[in-house]
Design a protein around this ligand. Sequence first.
Ligand code: NJP
Length: 239
Amino acid sequence: MSPAPLAGGLALVTGASRGIGLAVAGALEAAGAHVVRLARSLADGATETRTDLRCDVTDPAAVDRAVGRVLAERGVPDIIVNNAGLFFIKRIEEISPAEFARAIAVNLTGAFLVTRAVVPHLVQRGAGHVVTIGSVSDHVAYPGSTAYAASKFGLRGMHEVLQVDLARTGVRVTLISPGPVDTEMWDPVDPDSKPGFTKRKAMLRAEDVAAAVLYAVTQPPRLDVTEIRLMPTIYTPRG
Ligand code: NJP
């Protein structure tokens, strides 16, 4: 039997209390990594293969505290996955300034804060992997995705600059941009009851995104998986 590909590794996943983050954490754990899961609804605790830390990724002090604890107790992570996010559909005139700021804070500033706290340590070590969960909304405009697209296009921008800034440091960065995934994120939208939306049965599964993350982080050092786009097959044009 071949050894677990991430045996002895340390991964940190944000927004890992449910949905895609939970599936990503599970896949990395199954591949042998010790996984630190961050989310607001997780209680602090640890097992041999997993550490849970309650953390609001929009709070700079909380992020620094959580990352500081990981560094002190477990060392420098090999992999970070910026996954925490929120989603809503509203046209620009319906969005309050607070709602817009919140979307940017969770989806974009959260990834900035976590990456900022970890990257210097990855660079110093000369190895590491920053994975960002973007969205099809980081490159396609959908009606009413004003705030979400602003945050996700921003994430794409940050990812692309990181790629340039971290070139030749040994640190790799991957943007994973899925189409609709059947998670609780869709509950308030209820797409099955609305025309024009992908029905939940046709959506991707959280495990599909987790498999893409696992692929990206288990490639040999010569191979840089810069970007992965995932869409439900229903959208794939057929010849
Ligand atoms: O969302 P959901 P998904 N601080 O609502 C956490 C992207 N994506 O898994 O804090 C820390 O089930 C929250 O935890 P908690 C999407 O944009 C999705 O579908 O305990 N954590 C929970 O664990 C997002 O970036 C689809 O409430 C915070 C998690 O985030 C990622 O995939 C399509 C937090 C959200 O779980 C995961 O989405 C696409 C905070 N302040 C991209 N706020 C899709 N589902 O269709 C929230 O293109 N969390």
